[in-house]
Ligand binder design. Structure first.
Ligand code: SPV
Ligand code: MG
Length: 431
């Protein structure tokens, strides 16, 4: 009896899956692998039902002979373990990012004469509707809000990209790359005060008011499902901060990061070149406590950002604050630095982790950008935020285009570097 293997990474079994199983049964014994939660997340399919439930719905199908766990999107482990004669899949993996997975299966099978079977992919109105509903569920506040905590548990490091509009939100939501035999994508989004302000042509000094910043969040939320970390600057007055917490929580934002500065806030990357005042430990702890007391769900996170290294107050001060903020109820610590060398960030992480193994650490490697995600994770970092790179890449491109049109008195010279009209008008999916 031959073995036919297929991998499912779905929350719902629909006619497309049944079609694959029926086709599989023609070739032999049907074994289905259920993709584990971490592998599913990496593959941009955040589960809306538990792993056990996903196993159960497949085990209940008579046509399936065996159900196993697949813990990586690539087939190396499965092929080594099962040695299937066939791997069967919808033919939607013949192109796009999924082609890398097909190539991987085909090359592994070819070593012993196994074969890939491509079944015509079922994409009718019903299947489309099911896909759409899963996406809509993920965008609902109660699903989106808790997703950050789930990701922290499941991922070696949560990769977060700055967004400030629907369009940049779509980039964070949809960009997926196939590199070194792995598929990769961003896990979460950062609504940066710097980039949200810059997009509005305003300085990053808490000038853009909260109502306007909520509008940005809403624009992003309309078209995405990934969790949002909001840059809350100083959090403002404690009396105001509690309202911010309530609103963000209701909207489905997963976390707010507030920094321990007071008075007129300037961007941290100015460091000590401008006048900036650090808050007292006592007062900042009061702010954290007030926020934690106000929130209604267990999923929302208040993350305390420490500015001691930015303001050259030393490592001891940074660590003392970190432990005090955790004691006050902070759900995570962000440590910031504007040094090119990541040494002080790593020292902080190591020293913090000596005494605290659990509280999530967030870093923003804008200045110390040579460090890799893997190295940060080794030092106990849980969330990495790419806080401004989208804005900094878009602005010079747009400015150059404007200059060239002025220079040549026509748009022909810039055309080569523009997105084709056809692509821009089909960039946004219609419902
Ligand atoms: C932001 O993105 O607005 C931040 C991070 O607060 S930084 O600009 O590095 O201070
Ligand atoms: Mg900011």
């Amino acid at each position: 009896m031959k073995t036919v293997y297929t991998c499912f990474c779905t929350d719902v079994i629909h006619e497309g899956h049944i079609n694959i199983l029926k086709e599989a049964a023609k070739y032999g014994r049907v074994v289905v692998g259920i993709l584990s939660d971490p592998a599913m997340i990496r593959f941009n399919r955040f589960p809306t039902v538990s792993f056990d439930e996903r196993m159960r719905i497949v085990q209940e199908l008579d046509i399936v002979d065996e159900v196993i766990v697949q813990d990586d999107i690539m087939y190396d482990n499965i092929v080594a373990q099962l040695h299937p004669d066939y791997i069967i899949h919808g033919d939607n993996w013949l192109e796009g990012p999924m082609k890398a997975i097909r190539d991987n299966a085909e090359s592994l099978l070819s070593e012993y004469g196994g074969k890939v079977i491509d079944v015509p992919y079922t994409y009718n109105e019903n299947v489309k509707r099911i896909d759409q509903r899963i996406k809509e569920k993920l965008a609902m506040p109660e699903y989106r809000r808790k997703r950050l905590r789930q990701l922290i548990e499941l991922c070696p490091i949560v990769k977060t990209l700055e967004v400030h509009s629907g369009l940049t939100g779509l980039i964070a939501e949809k960009t997926i790359v196939d590199h070194d035999g792995q598929l990769d994508q961003f896990d979460a989004m950062w609504i940066s005060s710097l980039c949200d302000s810059t997009a509005k042509g305003k300085p990053d000094i808490e000038l853009v008011d909260m109502t306007s910043r909520y509008r940005t969040i809403d624009d992003v939320m309309e078209v995405t499902t990934k969790p949002i970390i909001f840059d809350g600057d100083t959090g403002g007055l404690i009396e105001h901060f509690v309202y911010t917490v309530r609103t963000l929580e209701r909207m489905g934002v997963s976390a707010i990061i507030i920094e321990d500065k007071t008075g007129l806030k300037k961007n941290s990357l100015f460091g000590t070149e401008v006048q900036q005042t650090q808050d007292t430990i006592e007062h900042f702890c009061e702010k954290i406590k007030a926020g934690k007391k106000t929130q209604l769900t267990d999923s929302f996170m208040i993350i305390a950002r420490i500015e001691s290294l930015i303001l050259e107050q030393g490592m001891e001060d940074a660590l003392e604050r970190a432990f005090a903020y955790v004691e006050a109820g902070a759900d995570g610590i962000m440590i910031h630095s504007r040094k090119k060398d990541p040494a002080e960030i790593l020292e902080f992480c190591d020293k913090f982790r000596e005494k605290n193994s659990k509280t999530p650490i967030v870093v923003v490697p804008t200045s110390f950008n040579q460090i890799t995600e893997g190295e940060l994770a080794e030092h106990g970092v849980n969330i990495v935020i790419y806080a401004n790179q989208l804005t900094r890449s878009a602005f010079p491109a747009m400015e150059q285009t404007a200059r060239d049109i002025l220079r040549y008195h026509r748009a022909k010279e810039v055309d080569d570097r523009l997105m084709p009209i056809k692509e821009i008008i089909t960039l946004i999916d219609e419902l």
